[in-house]
Design a protein around this ligand. Sequence first.
Ligand SMILES: Nc1ncnc2c1ncn2[C@@H]1O[C@H](COP(=O)(O)OP(=O)(O)O)[C@@H](O)[C@H]1O
Ligand SMILES: [Mg+2]
Length: 381
Amino acid sequence: MSSGYQVIARKWRPQTFEDVVGQDHVVRTLRNAIARHRIAHAYLLVGPRGTGKTSTARIFAKALNCTDGPNADFDVNDPIAQSIADGRCLDVIEFDAASNTQVDKIREFIIDTVAYAPAQARFKVYIIDEVHMLSPGSFNALLKTLEEPPPHVKFLFATTDPQKMPATVISRCQRFDLKPIPTDLIVQRLKKIAAVEKITVSDEALHSIARMADGGMRDAQSTFDQMISFCGGEISEADVLDVYGLVAAAKIAELGNALAAADHRKIVAIVDECDANGRDLYRLLVDLQTHLQSTLLDAIARGGQSDALGVSMTTEQLTRLLDGLREGESSVKHGLSQKINFEVALLKAVEGSRARAIDSLIKEIAMLAESLPEDGSKKND
Ligand SMILES: Nc1ncnc2c1ncn2[C@@H]1O[C@H](COP(=O)(O)OP(=O)(O)O)[C@@H](O)[C@H]1O
Ligand SMILES: [Mg+2]
């Protein structure tokens, strides 16, 4: 352990496969590869920022190179695992393509060194971060090595943007897609950190922090760090909401209910209140969508209908409501008057969801009419 202050995101970097949150499919496959001695020579980790790509690559490097390995359940105190964690291992070479784009650099770092046997460990592991940033020349040089890699060499590539990579390189890698981390798992992890760091923080506050991070653990941890600097050892939901201009979960639920009930007066009142309190209305729109999306999933799970918003809503109505909100997004984000655009977006979405209800009503009536007994109605073609 190094002394001195370290930001949470670094201090709490996962050190073993068990520490990695929310990427079970990736961890399981990597573990199996090690257990079955079926280790590919190149892996590509794809995913949004702060979801565990670099951490997973380093853990995999430790599992490959630990004493008596490869072993997915390596001892964190193993000297080689330690040296990898501390960035001291000569055989685990990290290269950040975002800051070294020249072909001669990658030549110096990789192409000219792959042929040599590892100095201390079993494998020479090259971890290339933001690999999509390499120049075409660098990719070409790399491709040659990927075609015929020496047996002691492993490549671990990470990227947020695989579309920018040549297909020839991608096809020579085993690819893993890391997912945005669910809010609940982020909250759990922050809770654990809070306990160890002796920070008193409510669940609601952690939920607000996690909700803002949109699935990125690093972002959530950085926000948590900022809140600790701002508040000290005690953080409430109101603190988080005030600092980031967020709207409380309860208020978001209230707005969702008002939309479902088509209560225009209430909708406008809530928007007025949020605006007067300096809340970020675009963020509110995003949070409202997330809330309605989970209501939609609830409706689907219940066979097409949900009462979660106070009145009964069908999946069809919820979908229309969400479509309406999505259509209003860019005007709220980029328009001149955020507040007016936000109100219009909400009211339009309500109208849209109800218009559809009338639509299906007509369809239902038509179907009913068709199914009426012959003597009760005249069927016309
Ligand atoms: N899946 C995860 N589980 C636990 N912590 C994570 C996870 N993903 C990211 N983190 C946290 O965020 C920090 C940055 O993660 P990193 O692996 O570098 O993300 P990426 O390379 O995907 O941008 C880590 O030090 C850790 O604190
Ligand atoms: Mg990274």
